[in-house]
Design a protein around this ligand. Structure first.
Ligand code: PLP
Length: 393
């Protein structure tokens, strides 16, 4: 007898991964150059040379120390390096005890949700959302409350959030820059949100935690990305090097329990407990050490900026409707029929792999992941044209 929910999750993989897997098969059948794979957020920009250099240098270190366990929360020197970086960059009093190294943002999110909720609590997410949030919220025994973003700017809808936050609310997950719409929450918007949270904490007599999912923090096209703990102190930041340094397969990131919250030590102790309970201890050690050496390495966003320009210009000329992205590397495009899955299926016939919006919590859109080579975008334009024409009879 297996666990029913786990069986369900295993048997029904995410729409993104399913399309990605289909793409791999299709590429083997007709040649990679004939498939326009916009399915997954695997960065096309190579990791910086500094990463390779750090790996090579580390190979000279004593192997049993290099590859051995670190404490559950990570190597103390690496936690110190991360805390120093946060302090330098955001001018907050970050202490290493508040930093927990994780296998990517995914582990950080699962740990954070478990750390600040009890089974039966509600966790609010903003639709459209990264689909895995629902899985992690469910695993913590909590109920997921979906609040639509404000349309058409996809900022936080303060009135809708005011309606949704109630006696059972434990946490709200934010993701800015956002996957899938590319929105970046403005300072003004975040300040209005923080004022709402302060009011609600008072009214409900309970603490409201923000879990700030930030794998795309560095990938912006000019917009300011306010540091959420400076706006709302009761914040846990889930950061990752998957996108900023193009290291998604190395599974390295951290969570930072803001020192600015009044229960910071209590929350970081619960984080340690959640890491232990979920088995997320001792993040991949080689890359903990690499990160410490590359902590101030800038992200290379030039290729994504060029892709964004190319794709938005091309699709705009063809008459597609989309949300102008301010960050991340996804374009949120209106499907040409109400049924996003049917539109995605029709796109497949033109070898275009576009993720239908349903698993992101809304109907009628597709996500186009543009962290691909420039050539893929250039060569895909006739397929986008043919897809559009197929709806024009
Ligand atoms: N959150 C969002 C919004 C993402 O898009 C992703 C990955 O694409 C993750 C979390 C997970 O990132 P990681 O690879 O760091 O676990």
């Amino acid at each position: 007898m297996v666990n029913e929910r786990m069986y369900g999750l295993g048997a029904e993989p995410s729409a993104i991964r399913e399309l990605f897997a289909y793409g791999m098969v299709r590429k083997a059948e007709i040649g990679a150059e004939n498939v326009f794979d916009f399915s997954i957020g695997n960065p096309s920009v190579p990791a910086p040379d500094a990463v390779k250099q750090a790996v090579l240098e580390l190979m000279d270190e004593e192997p049993s120390a290099l590859h051995g366990y670190t404490p559950a929360a990570g190597d103390p020197r690496v936690r110190q390096a991360v805390a120093d970086h946060i302090r330098r960059r955001y001018d907050v009093p970050a202490q290493p005890e508040q930093v927990y190294l994780t296998a990517g943002a995914a582990a950080g999110l699962a740990i954070s949700i478990s750390a600040v909720t009890e089974p039966g609590d509600e966790v609010i997410i903003i639709a459209p959302f990264f689909p895995e949030y629902k899985v992690w919220i469910g695993t913590a025994g909590c109920t997921c409350v979906e609040v639509p973003a404000h349309v058409p700017d996809f900022q936080l809808d303060i009135d809708a959030l005011a309606q949704a936050i109630g006696p059972k609310t434990a946490a709200i997950i934010l993701n800015s820059p956002n996957n899938p719409v590319g929105a970046v929450y403005s300072r003004e918007n975040l300040e209005a949100f923080a004022a709402l949270l302060a009011r609600k904490e008072e009214e409900l007599g309970r603490k409201l935690y923000v879990i700030s999912d930030e794998p795309y923090r560095e990938i912006t096209y000019g917009a300011e990305v306010p540091y959420v703990p400076c706006v709302w102190p009761r914040t846990i930041v889930c950061y990752s090097y998957s996108k900023s340094l193009s290291l998604p397969g190395e599974r390295i990131g951290y969570l930072y329990v803001s020192d600015l919250m009044d229960d910071a030590r209590e929350v970081s102790t619960a984080v340690a407990g959640a890491g232990r309970a979920l088995g997320f201890i001792c993040a991949p050690v080689l890359f903990q050490r690499v990160i410490a050496r590359c902590i101030d390495e800038p992200s290379d966003v030039a290729a994504y900026a060029a892709n964004r320009e190319l794709l938005t210009t091309g699709l705009g000329e063809l008459g597609y409707e989309f949300v102008e992205p301010q960050g991340a590397f996804y374009l949120w495009v209106r499907a040409l029929e109400d049924d996003a899955q049917a539109f995605s299926d029709r796109a497949k016939a033109h070898e275009l792999l576009l993720v239908p919006s349903d698993s992101f919590g809304v109907g009628g859109w597709v996500r186009v992941s543009y962290c691909v080579s420039r050539e893929v975008i250039e060569r895909s334009m006739p397929a986008f044209k043919a897809l559009k024409e197929s709806y024009e009879g």
